[in-house]
Design a protein around this ligand. Structure first.
Ligand SMILES: [Zn+2]
Length: 197
């Protein structure tokens, strides 16, 4: 039902580009260095227990060629097919996966420069991901609700991404305008993101 066909097709194409792609449940860590995540989250949990719970229960995390689903989920087709928002989430994670493989050293290095700042490279990578959430909404409904902009601002401007950006709204609105004008579209668009955007 819903987006099963679109998700299945998309995963087939992703596996063509990245044959080692796997979708797993958080906790079922695939590679030794992925186990740094629970160690890091335990430390974060000492000061922000809600953040740790939220990370495990509500977020999808992509590490290299592995997409981790929230606890209780290990079926990618089922998870991402639920509605267009979930399908948009798959397209978001796919951008991270492609950006990672296009920049195998720079992506993980720059993404994890975690100091809160007005501008972090993590913010740029995430904007490329969140553009997909808006693009899928545009494809499915012909519009991008302002609620979606608010949701992205809430995510990117707060502790959820360790304050990737302190005031992201203007930049996100600009990307939304370009999506509404169909200047930005498709699964892996190349678009400029500058501090002045
Ligand atoms: Zn992301």
């Amino acid at each position: 039902m819903g987006y099963t066909g679109a998700v299945t097709d998309y995963l087939v194409r992703m596996r063509y580009d990245v044959p080692s792609l796997e979708i797993r449940e958080k906790g079922n860590w695939r590679r030794w260095w992925h186990k740094a995540i629970p160690v890091f989250m335990t430390l974060v949990g000492l000061v922000a227990p809600k953040f740790e719970d939220w990370f495990y229960e509500n977020t999808v995390t992509t590490l290299g060629d592995t997409i981790y689903l929230p606890l209780g989920h290990d079926d990618g087709v089922k998870y991402f097919s639920k509605n267009f928002q979930r399908y948009g989430l798959l397209r978001h994670e796919a951008v991270h996966l492609r950006d990672w493989f296009a920049n195998p050293v720079w992506f993980p290095f720059s993404y994890t420069l975690v100091l809160p700042a007005v501008w972090t490279t993590r913010f740029k990578w995430e904007l490329r991901g969140y553009a997909q959430n808006m693009i899928v909404e545009m494809e499915e409904t012909g519009f991008v609700q302002y609620a979606t902009v608010n949701w992205i601002c809430d995510n990117l401007g707060t502790s959820a991404y360790l304050w990737a950006h302190t005031s992201p709204r203007r930049i996100i609105e600009s990307i939304r305008d370009q999506i509404l004008d169909k200047k930005i579209s498709g699964e892996y668009p190349d678009f400029e993101i500058t501090k002045e955007t």
